[in-house]
Design a protein around this ligand. Structure first.
Ligand SMILES: Cc1cc2nc3c(=O)[nH]c(=O)nc-3n(C[C@H](O)[C@H](O)[C@H](O)COP(=O)(O)OP(=O)(O)OC[C@H]3O[C@@H](n4cnc5c(N)ncnc54)[C@H](O)[C@@H]3O)c2cc1C
Length: 380
C-alpha cells in the first residue's frame, strides 16, 4: 500500500499549513482565554476552499475525499486545535446529508456550508444519553405535515451559531429493537422553540462553540426527515465512520505540535550545564512521541483511504480513533513535562495543547467505546 501523497495532496497540505501559520497564532491565545472566535476567519477559510472539500462538486464542494479533509485538519490542528475545530466543524452533519439526504436537502444546505453562508451542527448527546445514544429521548411526533420536536440536547458543537442542526430524535418509541427507534430531523435554528445556551468553562478547544439546546414544540415540515424513519442509529454509525478519521487527523496534528514544541524547548533549555535534549530520558520521550505519531498517522491514513475507496472498516476506524486520541494526550502530557513549570503557564503553548488534547478521547465515540468496537470485532 502506497500512502505517498500526490502532488495535489501535497499542495493542499502546504496551502493549509501556510493559511494556518499565517492566520492562527496571533489570535489563538485571545480566543482560548475569551472563549470566543472570529467568524471572518472561518469565512476566509471557506473562500480559500478549505471547508467541506469532500462535498460533491454538484453542491459546490471540491469533490475530493475525506482523506483530503483529514490532511487539512491535521495542518490546522498542528497550528491551533481550537481554531481548527472552530473552522472545520462547520460542516459537521453534512456527511449525513450527503449520504442520506434528499436532493432538495442537499441543494439547500451543502452549498451554503462550502461558501461560508452557513454552519451546521449535529445534536445527538442528551443530559442522560451519552455513549448510549439509543437512550436519547428527545421526541419528534408527526402531526399531519409536520414534526413536532421536544427535548434537550447537550454539547452541540455550533449550536449557538449554526443555521441548521440535525437533531437525533425518538420517532418510533415502540419499535421492538432499540436500534430502530430514532431518526434524524433537519432543524433550521431560527425555528420558534429552538433555544441554545453557550456552554462556558470548557477545558480546551475553547474557540469552538458548544451549546446546550432546548427544543420546545419545534415544528418543521415532515420532509425535513433526513434518511429513513427509524434508521437513525444505523445512519449515525455510518456518519461516524466518516467523521472519526477526521478526529484522528486532529489528534495527529496536535501531537505533532507537542513534539515540535518539545524539540524546540529541550534544545534551548539548559540544566546541569547541558541542554535537556542531551539527556537520554528526554531523547526517549522524543523517540516515543515521534514513533506514536507515525503509527497514529499510518492508522488514520489507512482508515480514511479505505473509506474513500469504498471499503468501510469499522474496526480499523475505531482502532485509529482511540489510538490517535491517546497519542495526542500522551504527547501533550510529555511536552508539558519537558517544559517543567513553564509548561504549566498559559504563556507557553504546550499548556493549551495539553488542555485541547483531552477532548480527542471523548467526543465522537469515547476511547472506551472505540475499544469496545475493536474487541467485539475481534472476539465475535
Ligand atoms: C467539546 C465537546 C463537543 C461535543 N460536540 C458534540 C456534538 O456536536 N454533538 C453531540 O451530539 N455531542 C457532542 N459532544 C458530546 C460527546 O460526544 C459526549 O460527551 C460523549 O459521547 C460521551 O458522552 P457523555 O459525556 O454523556 O459520557 P458518558 O456516556 O456518561 O460516559 C462517561 C464515561 O463512561 C464511559 N462509559 C460509558 N459507557 C461505558 C461502557 N458501556 N463501558 C465502558 N465505559 C463506558 C465513557 O467512555 C466515559 O469515559 C461534545 C462534547 C464535548 C465536550
Amino acid at each position: 500500500m502506497d500512502f505517498t501523497l500526490t502532488k495535489e495532496q501535497r499542495d493542499i497540505v502546504m496551502a493549509a499549513r501556510e493559511f494556518a501559520e499565517g492566520e492562527f497564532p496571533d489570535r489563538a491565545m485571545e480566543f482560548d482565554r475569551e472563549e470566543t472566535f472570529d467568524l471572518d476567519l472561518w469565512k476566509k477559510a471557506c473562500e480559500l476552499g478549505f471547508v467541506g472539500v469532500f462535498i460533491d462538486e454538484a453542491y459546490g464542494g471540491a469533490g475530493m475525499g475525506f482523506f483530503e479533509h483529514c490532511l487539512i485538519a491535521e495542518e490546522f490542528w498542528a497550528v491551533d486545535p481550537g481554531i481548527g475545530q472552530a473552522i472545520l466543524s462547520a460542516t459537521f452533519g453534512s456527511e449525513l446529508i450527503g449520504l442520506f439526504g434528499t436532493e432538495e436537502q442537499k441543494k439547500l444546505v451543502l452549498p451554503q456550508l462550502v461558501s461560508g453562508q452557513a454552519m451546521m451542527g449535529t445534536a445527538i448527546t442528551e443530559p442522560d444519553a451519552g455513549c448510549d445514544v439509543t437512550s436519547a429521548i428527545t421526541t419528534a411526533v408527526k402531526d399531519n405535515d409536520k414534526w413536532i420536536i421536544n427535548g434537550s440536547k447537550m454539547f452541540t458543537t455550533n449550536g449557538n451559531i449554526a443555521k441548521y442542526v440535525l437533531v437525533f430524535c425518538l420517532t418510533n418509541p415502540d419499535a421492538p429493537s432499540r436500534h430502530k427507534r430514532h431518526s434524524f430531523i433537519l432543524v433550521p435554528t431560527d425555528t420558534p422553540g429552538y433555544e441554545s445556551t453557550k456552554i462556558r468553562g470548557k477545558l480546551g478547544v475553547r474557540a469552538s462553540d458548544t451549546a446546550e439546546l432546548s427544543l420546545n414544540n419545534v415544528q418543521v415540515p415532515i420532509n425535513n426527515l433526513v434518511g429513513k424513519e427509524g434508521e437513525g442509529f444505523y445512519e449515525l454509525m455510518a456518519f461516524f465512520n466518516r467523521t472519526r478519521p477526521h478526529v484522528c487527523a486532529q489528534a495527529v496534528g496536535l501531537a505533532r505540535a507537542a513534539l515540535d514544541e518539545s524539540i524546540k524547548y529541550t534544545k534551548k533549555r539548559k540544566q546541569f550545564g547541558a541542554h535537556l535534549s542531551s539527556f537520554q530520558v528526554t531523547q526517549f520521550k522524543i523517540a516515543e512521541m515521534a514513533t506514536m505519531i507515525r503509527a497514529a498517522r499510518n492508522l488514520y491514513y489507512e482508515a480514511a483511504w479505505s473509506l474513500d475507496n469504498g471499503h468501510i472498516d469499522h474496526a480499523l476506524i475505531a482502532m485509529a480513533k482511540w489510538y490517535c486520541g491517546e497519542t495526542a494526550v500522551k504527547c501533550a502530557n510529555e511536552a508539558l513535562q519537558l517544559h517543567g513549570g513553564y509548561g504549566y503557564i498559559d504563556e507557553y503553548r504546550v499548556q493549551r495543547l495539553y488542555r485541547d488534547a483531552k477532548i480527542l478521547e471523548i467526543y465522537e465515540g469515547s476511547k472506551e467505546m472505540e475499544k469496545t468496537i475493536v474487541s467485539r470485532a475481534i472476539l465475535r
